[in-house]
Design a protein around this ligand. Structure first.
Ligand code: 5CA
Length: 445
């Protein structure tokens, strides 16, 4: 993409309404525009990151054996009357009446609808296990929408629902979700710690939230800091292997890590002083096992291997897709702007032409752009007639992890400069070597 042809409405001034750094940078970098309290348009740069995050979530869900589908944003109120949640949900639910005077709602989550789909088509244990998920917009009329996409009213969520014949199989599904979530967050450059939590309006007795540590987080968290060093890495996971998956979950949930809802001071005090930490965190996902709560009330029954009709065992599992943009920025920025991890960056690399109109500079940049594209990497090429300082400031603000700078002086010696946004370090090399370097960084992603 050539910047001169792109739509990147960068703001020079700090927007007054933004209280936290991620919100400030998302507005300044022209990623989002507020349309009403807690409701945003996703401008091209923000939309690209949102899509990258969605892609990672899809890939890791499919790897875990889960099946994508798509349910609507609007739902009939009657479905929610069956589960008893229509009245329970209160003012957070946006209720709508259509022209036939039918009561509808903008879905805050989809347990009822997925149970309705399941009961219409599945009757036998032979069709299980089954996990269905979608990535769809949700609406919750939050009392205090704030911090930009972090606590929106309209927000994008991945929500998945497992259907299993018994408790053991459902707990395996719970564990599968935990591991696939850990892998997803790591690919986004995040450390998200599973913490024992409370279930709230979703219900159930077994639930973990995934928290990214950040001063600006809304949840108070209590943890043994050795938990922050755990990494899933590249290890090979067989999602059908119950013992292996359970062992990974045990590894990540044995050290103390809880939100204030489940905090137990007596247990916390047994952690050695130097590891005992209190902090704040951003909740980027939550998994729930709730058994037969919805299948019983909504009549989602399956025949088991003894020929009995039993309510199916379920759980639901969510990732805050749009919130993740805020969480990633909170975790990865400096005073010049965002620093995108390679896994989610809107463009893999930026090209800065220091002297637009100079034939050597223009040719080198065009060559770089083309060579990268031939390797499947779409660079953002700043080809505007602007001062070098302004070009660097824009690149730093929008946070592409790598920058290639081409100027007349370097080119006279046959070199361009490759700069890491994170370390600030630059290295001079030939155009070909610069392309190879970037290709190598993104190989396998
Ligand atoms: N049905 C379950 C799991 S599918 C559910 O709704 N879980 S949830 O309420 O915990 O939401 C899942 C994730 O969505 C949360 O962990 C959070 O990351 C994100 N989320 C929830 N509310 C908001 C909001 N108002 N704005 C942005 N993201 C939100």
């Amino acid at each position: 993409m050539r910047l001169s042809r792109y739509f990147l409405p960068v703001l020079k001034e700090n927007p007054a309404e933004a209280q936290i750094v991620s919100h400030r940078y998302m507005l300044r970098a022209g990623m989002i525009k507020q349309q009403a309290a807690g409701i945003y348009s996703w401008l091209p740069l923000g939309y690209r990151v949102l899509k990258r995050i969605e892609d990672i979530v899809h890939q890791e869900q499919i790897r875990a054996g889960h099946i994508p589908l798509l349910m609507p944003t609007l739902q009939p109120a009657d479905l929610w009357r069956e589960s008893g949640r229509y009245d329970d949900y209160g003012q957070e639910m946006l209720r709508i009446t259509d022209r036939q005077k039918r009561e509808m709602l903008y879905g805050p989550t989809n347990e009822e609808m997925i149970t309705d789909i399941f009961r219409a088509h599945v009757n036998s244990y032979k069709d299980l296990p089954m996990t269905l998920y979608h990535i769809q917009w949700k609406f919750r009329d939050e009392m205090r929408p704030r911090f930009g996409v972090m606590r929106g009213r309209e927000f994008l969520m991945k929500d998945g629902y497992n259907f299993d014949i018994d408790r053991e199989a459902a707990l395996h599904a719970y564990n599968r979700h935990m591991v696939s979530y850990l892998r997803s967050y790591e690919r986004m450059g995040l450390t998200a710690i599973p913490m024992r939590a409370a279930s709230g309006p979703i219900g159930g007795d077994n639930t973990h939230e995934f928290l990214v540590l950040a001063q600006t987080g809304e949840s108070e968290v209590f943890y043994d800091d050795r938990v922050t060093a755990l990494k899933l890495g590249q290890r090979d996971i067989d999602y059908d292997d119950r013992a292996q998956v359970a062992k990974v979950c045990e590894e990540f949930t044995t050290l103390y890590a809880r939100t204030d809802e489940t905090h137990d001071a007596a247990v916390f005090d047994t952690i050695p002083d130097e590891h005992r930490k209190v902090g704040r965190g951003i909740e980027v996902g939550q998994i729930f096992y709730f058994g037969t709560k919805y299948s019983e009330s909504m009549g989602a029954l399956v025949v088991n291997d003894k020929g009995e009709r039993v309510p199916v065992e379920m759980g639901s599992h969510g990732i805050g897709v749009s919130r993740l943009l805020g969480a990633i920025i909170e975790a990865s920025h400096d005073d010049k702007g965002i620093i995108w991890p390679e896994g989610v960056t809107p463009f893999p690399v930026g090209i800065v032409n220091l002297k637009q109109g100079d034939s050597a500079c223009d040719a080198a940049c065009a060559g770089l752009y083309k060579a990268l594209a031939a390797k499947g990497l779409e660079a953002l090429y700043d080809d505007r007639d602007e001062r070098a300082g302004a070009k660097f400031a824009t690149m730093d603000l929008i946070g592409l992890p790598w920058r290639i700078t081409a100027g007349p002086r370097g080119l006279a010696n046959g070199v361009v400069e490759v700069t890491s946004r994170r370390s600030g370090e630059s290295e001079e090399m030939s155009v070909e070597a610069a392309v190879d370097r970037i290709v190598q960084i993104y190989a396998g992603r």
